[in-house]
Design a protein around this ligand. Structure first.
Ligand SMILES: Cc1ncc(COP(=O)(O)O)c(C=O)c1O
Length: 498
């Protein structure tokens, strides 16, 4: 008997717009209550023509020609609207109608900046573009006045084209090609990091006016992505590097560090600031009076307040006279701004029982069973948005958007141990080796994933010919929505008038 024969046949999709308010599979059950437009309870006949009663929302504003429109409303609404739209397209035999898609809530980015300014008012955020160079995110942050951490001329160009002035950019890559340093200099970007002697010779040759920032090595062992393997000058090498810089007549303005990306232990910042202080003192002995401290990235959404408090305490301890001495402090947060803002919806395109359970599926009743009894294949994977699993050491957690072709499903559905796989022909393409998902899931149903904004789209490939998932944008439905729209419209007007 083949694997497919042991599974029930998939049912045609019959989406019902009445939302589940209390589904155990849904992480944000209450959000539906906030969106009256979807609480109509009317049926959506996907195989027929009649979707007219279920208007899937406004067409949004085209603020920037060439970019998708900016919609309004809660991101969950747009996840559902995307599913309904896919069903409509499928009914007209549109190719790739069920493609996976992101929903980006720009009010989340706005609110993260507000939160930053509340808890770290004296530290200027320079958004790490590498994390997600999304055109709307960059435009919004530019409009709201942040700086930018760029790692390449490509990123520098992207930010400068938005009208950001070069002094709002730090070229935060300690190892740059000579031609890149030259191009940056031509565009007026002079602030840059270094951590080795060769870099000093290169800079002295092609941009003697550079404002150099020495990146020191700190303890990154409490982070998901350790950057110290590749970057950062050990403290013992700092005096020698600064002497060389002095000898070459270079302007070293300060110190930077990075505690590692995805830093789950806020105390990492305590030692790092202490070591930066030591490097400031080393500068004094060589004749540099530093005025610039860059505390890097590594900020997490979940422990942000704790990190902010630890960081402020460390600054009070090691730089007590900083306001009097005119110390400028910046940071390079990436993940913090965008992780939460993006969600991904992916379609179940296939399923099969694992080889180990030929002839039967095992329903998991208790904890501790580690054998998935169903394999689901979705249409984005580790070669696409889920590259964050390989490169960024992330674990992702699916939740159910539709089950058995419906938004309306029981919270009491039995769960079974399952695995979730991407669409490519490579067996490394595993999104989730173990997830407890309802047994009622069928081909054509949709899963969603939250916290998909950091280090996802930016490194997604088209391996096997699978397109990178597109983004639908909303300004959200709560605090920040109006502010986002005003900021973006003002930014566009400013560019037109420039
Ligand atoms: C130099 C530099 N700055 C900032 C960041 C952003 O880090 P995070 O996203 O953890 O804030 C990175 C990430 O790799 C980085 O390499």
């Amino acid at each position: 008997m083949s694997q497919l024969e042991i599974l029930p046949a998939p049912r045609p999709i019959d989406l019902v717009s009445a939302p589940r308010l209390s589904s155990v599979f849904h992480h944000h059950p209450t959000t539906w209550t906030q969106n009256k437009s979807l609480l109509t309870g009317k049926s959506v006949s996907v195989n027929g023509d009649d979707l007219g009663d279920n208007d899937i929302g406004d067409d949004g504003d085209t603020i920037f020609p060439g970019l998708p429109p900016l919609l309004r409303g809660h991101p969950e609404v747009h996840l559902r609207n995307g599913v309904i739209r896919a069903a409509r397209l499928s009914a007209t035999n549109e190719p790739d109608s069920e493609s996976a898609f992101f929903v980006a809530d720009l009010s989340s980015v706005y609110n993260q900046l507000e939160r930053w300014r509340r808890y770290l008012p004296e530290i200027e955020p320079f958004y790490a573009v590498k994390c997600n160079p999304d055109p709307y995110v960059l435009r919004l942050l530019a409009a709201l006045g942040t700086g930018f951490d760029c790692a390449s001329n490509g990123e520098i160009g992207q930010v400068l084209r938005l009208g950001v002035s070069p002094d709002r950019i730090i070229y935060a890559n300690p190892c740059k090609a000579v031609s890149s340093i030259k191009s940056a200099a031509r565009t007026g970007v002079d602030a840059m990091t270094f951590d080795n002697e060769d870099e000093l010779y290169k800079v002295a040759r092609v941009n003697p006016n550079a404002k150099l920032v020495l990146r020191i090595l700190t303890d990154d062992s409490k982070s998901l992505c350790r950057l110290g393997l590749k970057f950062g000058a050990p403290l013992v090498t700092v005096p020698g590097l600064l002497l060389k810089a002095k000898e070459l007549g270079l302007d070293v303005i300060g110190i930077s560090f990075h505690v590692g990306s995805g830093c789950y232990d806020s105390s990492a910042f305590t030692d790092a600031v202490g070591w930066a202080r030591a490097a400031f003192d080393m500068g004094l002995t060589v004749g540099y009076k530093f005025s610039f401290l860059d505390v890097g990235g590594g900020f997490e959404d979940t422990n942000f307040e704790t990190t902010a408090s630890v960081l402020c305490d460390a600054l009070d301890l090691h730089f007590p006279d900083r306001s009097g001495s005119g110390l400028r402090i910046i940071a390079e947060p990436g993940r913090y701004f965008v992780s939460r803002a993006f969600s991904l919806a992916a379609n179940i395109i296939a399923r099969r029982a694992p080889l180990s359970v030929v002839g039967e599926t095992t329903e998991i009743k208790g904890e501790g069973d580690d054998q998935p009894s169903m394999m689901y294949y979705i249409n984005d994977g580790v070669y696409g948005a889920f590259n964050c699993i390989l490169f960024d050491h992330q674990e992702v957690h699916p939740y159910v958007l539709t089950m058995n072709g419906s938004f309306h499903f029981s919270g009491t559905e039995s769960l079974q141990a399952s695995s979730v796989w991407g669409p490519t022909c490579d067996s490394i393409d595993c999104v989730c080796p173990m997830a407890r998902l309802p047994a009622g899931l069928r081909v054509g149903d949709w899963l969603a994933f939250n916290n998909m904004g950091a280090y996802t789209i930016c490194a997604a490939s088209q391996f096997n010919g699978f397109a990178v998932s597109l983004v639908t944008y909303t300004s959200g439905d709560g605090y920040g929505s109006q502010e986002v729209r005003l900021a973006l419209k003002a930014a566009h007007a400013a560019v037109l008038n420039a």
